[in-house]
Every structure is written in C-alpha cells, then in structure tokens.
Unconditional design. Structure first.
Length: 127
C-alpha cells in the first residue's frame, strides 16, 4: 500500500498545518485558485466520514468552529463546506478530508455553490 499523504507519520504532507486537536488537523489546501481554503483531516486513517466514532464527530465540530474563526480574519462573505466520498464523487485521496472554502463576493463564481456544476444538463444521467 502506498504511503498516505494525509497521515502525518508518513511526513508526506506538503502544506502548512494551521490547527490541531486530539483527532483532527486543519491544513492549507494546496490550491492557488481557492485562496483561504483548507482541509480538516482526521489523524486516524479512514476513507470516509461514515467511519467516524462519536468522539471524532465531537472533535470535528470543535475544529470546524476553530477553522471558521481562523478564516474569518480574511472577511469572507460565505463558506462552502463539504466532502467528496468515493472516486465517482471526486475523492482523489483515500483518506477522508473535509473541505472548508472561504467565499468572497468578488469571485467570478460568487453565488454558485457545490451543486453548480452538478446541476448542468450535461451531467444528467442517461437511462
């Protein structure tokens, strides 16, 4: 098995860690377009959020609030928060991670959320 880039013990993470608690860390997303965005990643290697235990859900709530406070200093007008679960949904790393993306009025796609590209007619499944 390849070494996971999100498992800290592998020392493969190539971005800055902003926050950490007992179960999760928040790091900078490696995306130059989505400025002021991050990933909340569990320390335990699991593939999807359906595997979280109760203590992890509680810790996730705490670090999510801390992440919002961290990104609030950039004065965003909104946020997108979400998971891609499974390859067909766009998950490219087999270690679950929650995207938190600060959004701003002066962005070209301001007002368009996660579902924007999914709701295009070209994405409709054929029978």
């Amino acid at each position: 098995m390849k070494k996971c880039v999100f498992c800290l013990e592998n020392k493969l993470l190539k971005t800055k860690i902003y926050l950490q608690n007992e179960f999760f860390y928040l790091c900078r997303a490696r995306d130059d377009i989505l400025q002021h965005s991050g990933l909340i990643i569990p320390l335990r290697h699991i593939e999807n959020p359906f595997e979280f235990v109760e203590k992890e859900w509680q810790a996730l709530q705490q670090i999510l609030q801390q992440a919002k406070k961290y990104f609030d200093k950039f004065n965003p007008q909104g946020y997108n928060i979400g998971w891609n679960v499974g390859k067909v949904a766009g998950q490219t790393v087999g270690h679950v991670h929650l995207h938190i993306i600060a959004r701003f009025e002066n962005e070209p796609y301001s007002g368009r959320g996660f579902k924007y590209h999914l709701r295009n007619e070209e994405n409709k499944r054929k029978k």
